[in-house]
Design a protein around this ligand. Structure first.
Ligand code: HEC
Ligand SMILES: [Cu+2]
Length: 347
């Protein structure tokens, strides 16, 4: 008999398995350009991935046993020419078998439930060391506000946190608030997804162990520009973090050569929605712009920040983020240039 057809699935299985192993290797731990659950770089994310592999190995075992038995039965008892077409002997009620297939699945479910519950409590109740940094995260349609209450810093979309090593733990505790609708804070390499709910502060924490940029995304549909509500977490070495904090604590740069642009900023509606510390602008509806140029992106990670994108953004925010809650201000070319020059000095 030709058994070639039996070999094809085996080859497919080997190919799939090696592809899986290869892709796991490709996602070695450390910062990634894309959010990856396969490269955890912070305790909660590592714990969650261990649990996921544990659950996966149990269900893979079940799959192999059930699939194997099924395949065996289908092949062994297939319709043969020699069959006499009679019904096989029917067997009813075996206490042993019925007990086994009731008790074993219950035990498996109990084990899955207990390990998951234990993990949830271990992450939620992790004792907060005195060295921890506190950050308040406020979700807005369609951007993130980050406030460091003890440091007096307010910034947007790009969260800076210190590196946390096992010798020197410096976790960051995040208090999640929403200014409008439900959002969800998710940086897969750092921690599990946590909803950001109006009038219901949620807490989560991260302790990233490799410096670099970790990307994430609002994970709850919150309106038309939900997909462009990205997250960037910069994990800094202690020196980098101290320098960043020092710079952020300064008021906005006052450069006399761009006074014209600053006047436009302070007399147009910009000041109602944006803050630049040290000026008349104290609005809180939009991102704090005091140190705009210390960021690499605008529009919540959707657009790289440079002079050209900044000017286009001010002229017509909708062209880069349709449905954005910042209006186009109908400024003329000269005003746009002067305003852009001013914003470019806010290092
Ligand atoms: C009605 C309120 C409102 C007004 C008025 C307004 N903005 Fe905005 N602005 C926003 C909001 C909201 C965002 C965030 C948009 C997003 O990413 O979804 C924003 C984003 C920005 C950004 C990008 C910041 C970042 O880090 O992503 C810049 C720069 C900016 N505004 C400049 C201006 C200037 C200059 C003016 C005046 C000409 C102005 N805005 C007027 C609400 C406003
Ligand atoms: Cu959102």
């Amino acid at each position: 008999m030709n058994r070639e057809w039996l070999r094809a699935p085996r080859r497919a299985a080997i190919a799939t398995l090696s592809l899986l192993l290869f892709s796991c290797r490709a996602f070695a731990a450390g910062p990634q350009a894309t959010p990856s659950i396969f490269a955890p770089a912070s305790t909660p994310a590592t714990d969650i991935s261990h649990l996921a592999y544990f659950v996966l190995s149990i269900v893979a075992g079940i799959f192999i046993v059930v699939g194997g038995l099924l395949t065996f039965v289908v092949i062994r008892y297939r319709d043969r020419d020699s069959n006499d077409k009679r019904e096989p002997a029917q067997i009813y009620g075996s206490n042993q078998i019925e007990l086994a297939w009731t008790v074993i699945p219950i035990l498996i479910v109990v084990v899955l439930f207990l390990t998951t519950a234990r993990m949830i409590f271990a992450i939620q109740d992790a004792p907060k060391p005195p060295s921890a940094l506190n950050v308040t995260v406020v979700g807005h349609q369609f951007w993130w506000e980050f406030r460091y209450p003890k440091l007096g810093i307010v910034t947007a979309n790009e969260l800076h946190v210190p590196l946390s090593s096992h010798q020197e733990p410096r976790p960051t505790y995040l208090k999640l608030l929403s200014a409008d609708v439900v959002h969800s804070f998710w940086v897969p390499q750092l921690a599990g997804k946590t909803d950001v709910i109006p009038n219901h502060p949620n807490l989560t924490w991260i302790d990233p162990q490799h410096p670099g940029v970790y990307v994430g995304q609002c994970a709850q549909f919150c309106g038309v520009q939900h997909a462009k509500m990205l997250l960037r977490v910069y994990v800094d070495t202690p020196e980098q973090f101290a320098a960043w904090v020092k710079n952020q604590q300064q008021p906005g740069v006052q450069d006399a050569s761009v006074a014209a642009g600053r006047r436009i900023f302070e007399t147009e509606a910009c000041m109602n929605c944006h803050t630049v510390r040290g000026t008349a602008a104290t609005g809180r509806f939009g991102p704090d712009l005091t140190h705009l140029m210390s960021r690499n992106t605008i529009a919540s990670g959707a657009v790289p920040l440079n002079r050209q994108t900044l000017r286009q953004w001010i002229e017509e925010p909708d062209s880069m983020k349709p449905g954005v809650l910042m209006p186009a201000m109908k400024l003329d070319d000269q005003q746009l240039d002067e305003l852009t020059d001013y914003l470019m000095t806010l290092k």
